[in-house]
Design a protein around this ligand. Structure first.
Ligand SMILES: [Zn+2]
Ligand SMILES: [Zn+2]
Length: 410
């Protein structure tokens, strides 16, 4: 080592200089808060890359990143954590590797998953804060409801062209994301779901024109708001920071609460059950609920609707499926017998389930056989009250090394 560098290293040691020493010069900064924070990042696209780059530089150590997609060449112009050699890999895995390149001591759990179908509410409850980098309203709406249900703050970003918006939503303190939705948003949301809940094939999303510069601006605001929220500082809660890139106009807009909003539902209490979804049936869960709520009758509510059966209106044939809503495409939705007999596609009717109310055909079904994700939360409701049950035995399968130790006994 040249002499000047040796001297510099000695001075650095004397001054207690490390990687984060400049951050600690900010008077309110608490690196320990950042290091202990558990962060769920949904979306590993243009925004997710900028959000995660910032979280790595800031020293966040516990990250779960969720994304369903695989890397295409066109992603490389807006994704600082991807390399040209990553084309074809899952975005979640590549971004986790990129994160660890910047911060080797961090634990990053990649999940190649659809947040609406594959992520249990236990994952949301695990997180101290949720950051999203998404390109569609459906997923935002789902995250909003999930975050409210388990009382976790979430930060949203949206970009298009060289414009963008960042916003913060705190459960219990409306307005929330759903409150901000107008008629146009609902029209787009409703168009995404066909009348009988089968998946639309043509999905024009993911092709929004964006630049690495606007994702850097909005991703930067998102990460900074996360730091402020974790330090208890004022944030953009219920507000949006709007950046218009052509003339560099930016302003903060205050959203208004919608009194009819469907998202404002928070579980008062969640009990962690140290069992796996494969080890407990719906009736056993209902029995536990009856005991805890001291009630004769309870209903078990699912975190989201599931497809129970496909019923043919022509021949009456029923197929039991237990699959997530959105997981069945139109080809699979056809009645094989009738479609073959008439050479016309005969689309079957989708019957969904929202929960369990003592039906004998469901009683002995284990929770992993419902088409719901692992590490989910079930709400058991009596006439008077409700309780959430987190199937915490699944945590290790979902979170790996980030899984907490379970202490609650059955
Ligand atoms: Zn709302
Ligand atoms: Zn049929």
């Amino acid at each position: 080592m040249p002499e000047t560098l040796t001297v510099q290293a000695e001075i650095a040691a004397e001054l207690d200089e490390d990687r984060f020493s400049r951050l600690r010069l900010i008077p309110w900064w608490d690196q320990a808060k950042i290091q202990s924070a558990k962060v769920l990042v949904v979306g590993a696209g243009a925004l997710g890359n900028e959000v995660l780059k910032n979280l790595a530089l800031l020293g966040f150590l516990k990250i779960v990143v969720v994304d369903l997609d695989f890397i295409e060449t066109s992603n490389l112009s807006r994704s600082v954590l991807f390399r040209a050699s990553d084309v074809g890999l899952s975005k979640a895995a590549a971004i986790a590797r990129g994160y660890n390149d910047l911060l080797p001591e961090a634990t990053v759990r990649p999940m190649v998953a659809n947040v609406m179908q594959d992520c249990g509410l236990g994952l949301f409850a695990w997180a101290d804060i949720i950051l999203a980098g998404l390109d569609n309203r459906e997923a935002r709406l789902w995250i909003n409801r999930a975050a409210w249900k388990v009382n976790r703050p979430w930060i949203d970003g949206a970009i298009e062209g060289i414009n963008g918006v960042a916003r913060v939503f705190l459960p219990g303190e409306p307005p929330c994301y759903e409150c901000t939705l107008g008629e146009t948003d609902w029209a787009i949301l409703n168009r995404r779901m066909s009348c009988n809940l089968l998946l639309h094939e043509a999905n024009p999303q993911g092709r929004t024109p964006t630049t690495p510069t606007i994702s850097s601006i909005i991703g930067g605001i998102e990460a900074q708001e996360a730091v402020k929220a974790l330090h208890g500082l004022p944030t953009l809660a219920g507000k949006g920071y709007v950046f218009e890139g052509l003339h560099h106009t930016s302003y903060v807009t205050q959203y208004t609460e919608n009194p009819d909003c469907m998202s404002h539902d928070t579980l008062e209490r969640v009990i962690e059950l140290p069992v796996r979804s494969s080890e407990i049936t719906l009736e056993e869960l209902a029995a536990r609920g009856r005991k805890d709520l001291a009630a004769d009758q309870v209903v078990v509510e699912f975190s989201r609707d599931v497809i129970h059966k496909l019923v043919c209106p022509r021949c009456g044939e029923e197929e039991v499926v237990f699959a997530p809503v959105g997981a069945i495409d139109r080809a699979r939705g056809q009645c094989p017998a009738c479609s073959a007999a008439t050479s016309e596609p005969q689309i079957r009717i989708v019957r969904t389930l929202t929960g369990y109310n003592g039906e004998p055909e469901l009683a002995s079904r284990t929770l992993d056989g419902l088409g719901l994700p692992l590490f989910d939360i079930f709400t058991v409701r009596s006439a008077e009250s409700e309780l959430g049950y987190c199937i915490a035995g699944d945590a290790v399968d979902v979170l790996g090394k980030l899984a907490p130790k379970i202490e609650v006994a059955v």
